[in-house]
Design a protein around this ligand. Structure first.
Ligand SMILES: *Cc1c(COP(=O)(O)O)cnc(C)c1O
Length: 402
């Protein structure tokens, strides 16, 4: 294995190149047919290997809501990743793309009857339960189907992480996970419903875009006594699922720093759990795919008023909602660089009839020409998977480099 990650973006003779093979993006944008996501499967493969190798022993389940493109899923299945799904639709997509049922774990607060039936009928590995009424429903369906449901309990540790409030999930005020005060009730229900429920362990997920791990350490430590209690009631109770959430630096690309953060993340989890005879699981999404994707968009107009200058492009919050939803930052690069261009401050905005429809505010960029193509970097996670057809705009196109 190479000793470090390779940066995914660089200019060669002023032409922007992307991915493991440094493909010239201009060659993909020649006959412009609208906004285009480009994914580099080699980069995903490389990151998947780095992530696993940071741990001594781990089962990794890719959180496929981050990017559910079939070829991305096939790539991660081939790297022996499992899939962390959050809907019946994702169960089906995972099966179609090469994950076996035993490689699928299922999280989410709103599992319907039909989705639970599907999960039990295809025989997925585990259902991460998020509430008592959900547990009751799972038990009922399992009895009706004559099956024992494999359940893992997602406990809400009531711990904050430093991230945008919309992507924090581990606080009591969030809808996610089961309050730890209900653990006694869960244990007694388990002892009454042995025929329909097979408890396999605990899970937690604090949220996304974590860049330091003190809260994760605190949360893992907080759940250890609950895990031990679970393990004492059932020999099958072994899973400790530490969730996902490892962040990427959207402001710059620094491979050494990124690998150091990854190693700290793995060390945090392994050192907290080292005295338990637990099977460690993780559910990474963003870290595997964010850097491996970008969104190409074409400049339509440069519009000036007395307050601001706008670059209006043909893609917007309909294709990449992260800036509108989380005030997220994405680096922006012209496909053809002019080293002598003078930089000006622009708001980069889309065609959607909402003031939240922006990619950047007051960003220093070279003044473009109509028809120029720009790349929004690090858009491989929560980009196309969150795209929608608001304003009856077409969905973005997607291609994979391999
Ligand atoms: C979204 C999600 C993840 C993945 O989070 P990332 O920040 O993309 O790593 C993992 N587990 C659960 C339960 C999730 O909802």
């Amino acid at each position: 294995m190479k000793s470090t990650l390779k940066p995914v973006l660089n200019y060669q003779s002023d032409s922007l190149c992307f991915g493991e093979k440094s493909i010239r993006l201009e060659s993909l944008a020649k006959d412009w047919r609208g906004p285009l996501y480009v994914y580099d499967l080699g980069t995903i493969r490389e990151r998947a290997r780095w992530m696993k190798s940071a741990f001594r022993s781990v089962q990794a389940y890719y959180a496929m809501k981050a990017n559910s493109h079939p070829r991305v899923l096939q790539t991660l299945a081939a790297e022996s990743y499992g899939a962390d799904v959050v809907s019946g639709g994702e169960i089906q997509r995972a099966l179609e793309c090469g994950f076996s049922p035993k490689q699928i774990i299922y999280s989410g607060v709103g599992k319907t009857l039909a989705e639970i039936e599907l999960a039990l009928q295809v025989g997925i590995r585990q259902i991460n339960v998020e509430s008592l009424p959900e547990l009751e429903r799972i038990s009922k369906v399992a009895k009706r189907l004559g099956k024992q449901a494999p359940v893992v309990f997602r406990l809400n540790p009531d711990i904050a992480i430093e991230t945008h409030p919309y992507i924090a999930t581990g606080l009591a005020e969030n809808k996610f996970g089961i309050e730890s005060g209900l653990w006694g009730e869960i244990l007694s229900r388990l002892s009454r419903e042995k025929d329909s429920l097979r408890p396999l362990g605990l899970s937690l997920h604090l949220g996304s875009q974590m860049n330091e791990f003190e809260s994760l350490r605190e949360a893992l430590k907080k759940l250890i006594p609950f895990w031990k209690e679970g393990a004492s009631v059932s020999p099958d109770f072994r899973v400790f699922d530490a969730g996902g959430g490892l962040g990427v630096d959207y402001e710059k690309e620094n491979p050494e720093a990124e690998l150091e953060l990854l190693q700290n993340y793995a060390n945090t989890i392994e050192s907290c759990l080292k005295d338990l005879p637990a099977e460690t699981q993780i559910e990474p999404g963003r870290w595997l795919v964010a850097r491996a994707g970008l969104l190409l968009t074409q400049v339509q107009y440069v519009k000036r008023n007395s307050h601001r200058q706008f670059v209006i492009v043909d893609s917007g919050m309909n294709h990449l909602i992260r800036p509108a939803l989380y005030s997220a930052w994405h680096r922006i690069f012209p496909l053809r660089q002019d080293p002598n261009a003078k930089l000006e401050k622009f708001d980069v905005v889309g065609p959607i009839c909402e003031s939240a429809d922006f990619f950047a505010k007051e960003r220093l960029l070279p003044c473009p020409q109509e028809g120029d193509i720009w790349a929004l970097a690090d858009a491989g996670a929560y980009g196309a998977s969150m795209a929608n057809t608001y304003n009856l705009q077409a969905l973005p196109q997607e291609i994979c480099l391999d």
